[in-house]
Write a protein that binds this ligand. Structure first.
Ligand code: IMP
Ligand code: MG
Length: 177
């Protein structure tokens, strides 16, 4: 377990549990998108491991693109403002879009993404998130595929960072400091 001064990690969701859940979600997506050719859009940086694991279980033809947002800087608390750091390279109009997020906290990022994509007239738009902080997310739409609903804790690992650290870990940990 990586440790540095007062900061320490406590395992919260094991690698095995994560992999099992991702396989289940992929199976469901394979069923739901049979005969279609969805575009998976990963939200950088946090979703890079999730999208890599998920799409390798996808059996329908698909495309992959990335959007880069930032709301946290190097802090544990959202700045409250979402900034776009990298635009999409693909055409969205009349396509089936699946957004891949690492975690939904306040829901601000997802709302921003929903508006952005809907303005480009996709034929459908669905959302995947590995983690949902259900008590604090404030969304007026549903998330279609949820890995795990979690308590209001700051977590790292499996793509999730604190000040860009810990993304490389295979499991999800609570960061105590
Ligand atoms: P939201 O806009 O408040 O829903 O925050 C979403 C983004 O904030 C996620 O995509 C993450 O990048 C980041 N974030 C939120 N909660 C956590 C956390 O517990 N650990 C690491 N990053 C987080
Ligand atoms: Mg993120």
């Amino acid at each position: 377990m990586p440790k540095k001064s007062r900061e320490y990690l406590e395992e919260y969701i094991s690698e095995k549990k994560i992999q099992k859940r991702i396989c289940k979600i992929a199976k469901q997506i394979n069923k739901d998108y049979k005969g279609k050719k969805p575009i998976f859009i990963g939200i950088l940086n946090g979703s890079f491991i999730l999208i890599a694991d998920l799409v390798r279980e996808i059996k329908v033809d698909c495309e992959i693109d990335f959007l880069k947002l930032s709301s946290y800087g190097d802090d544990k608390i959202s700045s409250g403002q979402v900034r776009m750091l990298k635009e999409l390279n693909c055409e969205i109009e009349n396509r089936d879009i699946i957004i891949i997020e690492d975690i939904v906290d306040s829901g601000l990022s997802l709302k921003f993404i929903k508006e952005l994509i809907e303005n480009k007239n996709p034929s459908s738009l669905k959302f995947v998130t590995l983690l949902l902080k259900k008590d604090i997310s404030n969304l007026n739409f549903k998330i279609d595929y949820i890995g795990f609903e979690i308590e209001n804790k700051f977590v790292v690992g499996y793509g999730l960072d604190f000040a860009q650290k810990y993304r490389n870990l295979n499991a999800v940990y609570v960061l105590h400091s």
